[in-house]
Design a protein. Structure first.
Length: 357
């Protein structure tokens, strides 16, 4: 839906270009960068998810003052940044006509891609490209694969994402520290926001389904016309169902944020003023353990992967993180769900065995 909407804005002459993330050209030193697309073909080339830290600074500098109008696509913090840039710089403010947001759980370090690729058999120094979401037929939409291609490879090497250490979003591996203080899930400053419909009635479709929240009348018209033409199928959902699609994210950005703020204040750290009051009152011991363990896993993943790269050995990372994964699952599920934990351990064991082979 994100790419379709961007293409509609371009095709209807509402914008002249789209600023969004796409695969970087070889030799740029990054896998993904913010780029500008001026035609439908280029938009399609950049249509897939990219869980990767980058900057829009160069793209904004490229288009500033060229007399054209643009749509910008990004996660909540990037959309907020684009809004603020537009307020500070009237030239860019007039050019950035539409802001298309993406629902976000947290932003990943560039090392996330390298770690997943390494576990799939492609070392960081040989990594050419990745596909974060390789859809698999006959599996639910949230059960996808990760793909990586090396510089000497002619095909994409894939592994089930959930079988890779770091593939579980709830563990927070490679999360940026800034995300510990973010409370914006649905890109509240965007004209429209798109996310995954992680709801039982939609997850069974392996192609994926979007949750869409529109705050712009022009976009509402585009969506209505798409439905009338049979291009889109739109179901109206109540707000609580939309929120339910990000239930874990809300726990992380509301209950978790309150705990993290309280923990930091107790340690004498400076914290930003948020809509969520610091505190741990009413938070169960189990939830407290999960919040604090996730934060530890974020930090340890970055530290251990840096060591793994220095030693050219992915096992340095895996040996540090696997005990923390097991601990997290024990806290999360407890004794009543030992079967699930055992199954998860077997998948991790399979992944490591495949890596050694």
């Amino acid at each position: 839906m994100t790419s379709w909407t961007a293409a509609q804005l371009l095709a209807r002459g509402l914008v002249d270009g789209v600023i969004h993330v796409g695969a970087a050209s070889p030799g740029q030193g990054e896998l993904f960068t913010y780029q500008v697309s001026y035609n439908l073909a280029d938009i399609q080339l950049k249509r897939k998810s990219a869980y990767y830290s980058t900057t829009m600074a160069d793209a904004l500098a490229q288009i500033r003052g060229d007399g054209r109008s643009y749509a910008v696509i990004g996660v909540p913090c990037f959309i907020r940044a684009a809004r603020l840039v537009g307020e500070e710089d009237p030239v860019l403010g007039k050019q950035l006509k539409y802001h298309l947001g993406l629902v976000c759980g947290h932003l990943k370090s560039q090392w996330f891609a390298e770690s997943m690729a390494w576990q799939a058999g492609v070392k960081p120094d040989a990594l050419e490209s990745v596909d974060f979401r390789v859809k698999a037929k006959h599996r639910s939409s949230n059960d996808y694969d990760f793909g990586a291609k090396g510089t000497d490879d002619s095909y994409l090497s894939t592994k089930p994402t959930q079988a890779l250490v770091g593939g579980n979003w709830g563990h927070g591996m490679f999360q940026l520290n800034a995300c510990n203080y973010c409370d914006d899930i649905f890109a509240e400053t965007a004209d429209v926001v798109f996310g995954d419909a992680w709801l039982p009635e939609y997850k069974s479709d392996s192609r994926g389904t979007n949750v869409v929240i529109s705050r712009n009348e022009n976009l509402n018209t585009i969506f209505a016309e798409g439905q009338a033409q049979g291009i889109l199928r739109l179901d109206e959902l109540p707000a609580d169902r939309v929120a339910a699609s990000q239930a874990g994210n809300f726990r992380h950005r509301r209950i978790g944020l309150a705990v993290r703020l309280a923990d930091d204040i107790r340690e004498g750290k400076s914290v930003p003023l948020k809509r969520i009051a610091p505190g741990i009152e009413g938070v169960s011991a189990r939830r407290l353990d999960l919040i604090r363990l996730r934060r530890k896993m974020s930090e340890k993943s970055l530290q251990s992967f840096e060591s793994a790269k220095m030693e050219n050995n992915i096992n340095v990372f895996l040996k540090t993180m696997l005990p923390l994964v097991r601990k997290y699952r024990n806290v999360e599920f407890g004794g009543a769900h030992k079967r699930i934990l055992t199954d998860y351990k077997s998948r991790l064991k399979w992944a490591l065995a495949s890596l050694r082979r």
